[in-house]
Design a protein around this ligand. Structure first.
Ligand SMILES: Nc1nc2c(ncn2[C@@H]2O[C@H](COP(=O)(O)OP(=O)(O)O)[C@@H](O)[C@H]2O)c(=O)[nH]1
Ligand SMILES: [Mg+2]
Length: 447
């Protein structure tokens, strides 16, 4: 799961300070020390960490925090805001050319995920923005690369422009844009070749493509799992090509988060998208604030809801959102959602987006696999209507009956009840934090 290691460390640090009615300079010092260590351990660039910690310290011992009613929570708000700023602050948008087609050039090292991301991005543009992209195969050095893109095009039922391996990438790109104009494709996404390392020849070629096709965006695709190497790669590509944004791939496997947290600060170029898996729909627009929220264990309810919206109908998603906000989430809702949840992607990823859910050791270790879902479903189905609405009435004989009815054990029933309870408590805690902060009308959770 993305950022798991960093999130774990930061969250235990933060837990210590959350409830404090008074926060001393010493507390802040200790907290920032731990945050610093956690970030360094997560492979965040040394200088980036230093600057960040200085800003947090400065603000955390300031009046705004010390004189507030909830200093512990204010400190965390400062940490969250600074992490958000670090990752670019606002979400950055994708360019739209005045006169179509909008041309996007994908660049990066071999294996970073350029070809896959070309397909994902095309899918994203069609699904979310109703666009009709043309994919262009400019990696002429490996015949397999052209095939790979063509296969993706087939899966997506989208056109792929290729001219084999004998024509220069510059000519291919130029011809592709001509075709896009004729066929009214409003986006052209150019998949280019990569090398194992940054080298002159490659940069020359990319620069020539750039000069000839004048792309509206140059997206550098980097593998987030390579940590500081990804940051160095970004630095040199940016120097030579003046990229317009970064796509961080394989964030699903990146437990540390060093690249995500350093790239914007080092290159001053925004992260535009994050790859969250190998499948064609596993690309997310990168939202710095939501990402910071996820890292700090505050959950990412917005992304969760957006996912729900693309997979279930909007009305139901709204109802779910409302229930999460008002804490009136019952076992019935839980059950109703389960079918849909199954369509929403890997469960671990979803759990990471629920506020506090990744703190629930029981849940995390329980390995949320399909089998377990079946059992949970069986347990809930064996409850009476009243039990589902009001789990507090549960007693020993009810539990025994439910275990028997669902073919599980009393301890499994207990575990589910406990998890459900903790989930609700976590949600409640988040709303209280929001209430504790008077005035500004912050939304849940800090969003
Ligand atoms: N888990 C995961 N794998 C990815 C992601 N993006 C790409 N990959 C995989 O990384 C490998 C290399 O991708 P490819 O697009 O061929 O890289 P390219 O050489 O830059 O074109 C493939 O096996 C992809 O499935 C991602 O976001 N998550
Ligand atoms: Mg490729």
């Amino acid at each position: 799961m993305a950022f798991e290691g960093l999130a774990d460390r930061l969250q235990s640090t933060i837990k210590k300070i959350t409830g404090k009615g008074k926060v001393s300079e010493q507390d802040v010092k200790e907290m920032t020390r731990e945050v610093r260590l956690a970030l360094l351990e997560a492979d965040v660039n040394f200088k980036v960490v230093k600057d960040l910690i200085n800003r947090i310290k400065e603000r955390a011992v300031g009046q705004e925090v010390m004189e507030s009613l909830t200093p512990g929570q204010q400190v965390i708000k400062v940490v969250k805001e600074e992490l958000t700023t670090l990752m670019g602050g606002e979400q950055s948008k994708i360019a739209v050319a005045d006169r179509p087609p909008t041309v996007i050039m994908m660049v990066g090292l071999q294996g970073a995920g350029k070809t896959t991301t070309t397909g994902k991005l095309a899918n994203f543009l069609r699904k979310k923005h109703n666009r009709s992209p043309l994919l262009v195969a400019c990696d002429i050095y490996r015949p397999a690369a052209i095939q790979q893109l063509e296969t993706l095009g087939k899966q997506l039922e989208m056109p792929v422009f290729s001219m084999g391996t004998e024509t220069s990438p510059i000519e291919i790109a130029t011809k592709a844009i001509e075709q896009a104009k004729e066929e009214h494709n409003d986006y052209v996404i150019i998949d280019t070749a990569g090398r194992l390392h940054v080298d002159h020849e490659l940069m020359d070629e990319l620069q020539q493509i750039k000069t000839n096709v004048k792309p509206d965006e140059i997206f550098l695709v980097v593998d987030s799992m390579t940590g500081q190497d990804a940051v160095n790669v970004a630095e040199s590509f940016n120097e030579q090509l003046d990229i317009s944004g970064v796509v961080l791939t394989k964030l699903d496997g990146d437990t540390r988060g060093g690249a995500a947290l350093s790239i914007k600060a080092v290159t001053d170029k925004p992260i535009k998208f994050a790859g969250m898996g190998e499948k064609l729909d596993e690309l997310e627009a990168f939202h710095p604030e939501r990402m910071a929220s996820r890292i700090l264990g505050m959950g990412d309810v917005l992304t969760l809801i957006e996912k729900a919206q693309t997979n279930v109908d909007e009305k139901q998603a709204k109802a779910l959102e409302e229930k999460m906000r008002t804490m009136s989430f019952t076992f019935d809702d839980f059950l109703e959602q389960m079918g849909q949840v199954k369509n929403m992607g890997p469960l671990d990823d979803l759990m990471a987006m629920i506020p506090g859910a990744n703190k629930m050791k029981g849940l995390k270790n329980a390995q949320l696999d399909e089998n377990q879902l079946v059992q949970v479903e069986a347990i809930i189905q064996s409850m009476t209507k009243k039990e589902r609405q009001e789990p507090s009435i549960m007693n020993a004989s009810r539990k025994k009956r439910i275990a028997k009815g669902s073919g599980t054990s009393v301890s499994q029933v207990n575990r589910l009840l406990k998890q459900f309870d903790e989930m609700k408590k976590m949600m409640k805690q988040m709303t209280n934090m929001q209430k504790g902060k008077k005035g500004k009308g912050m939304k849940f959770p800090f969003m």
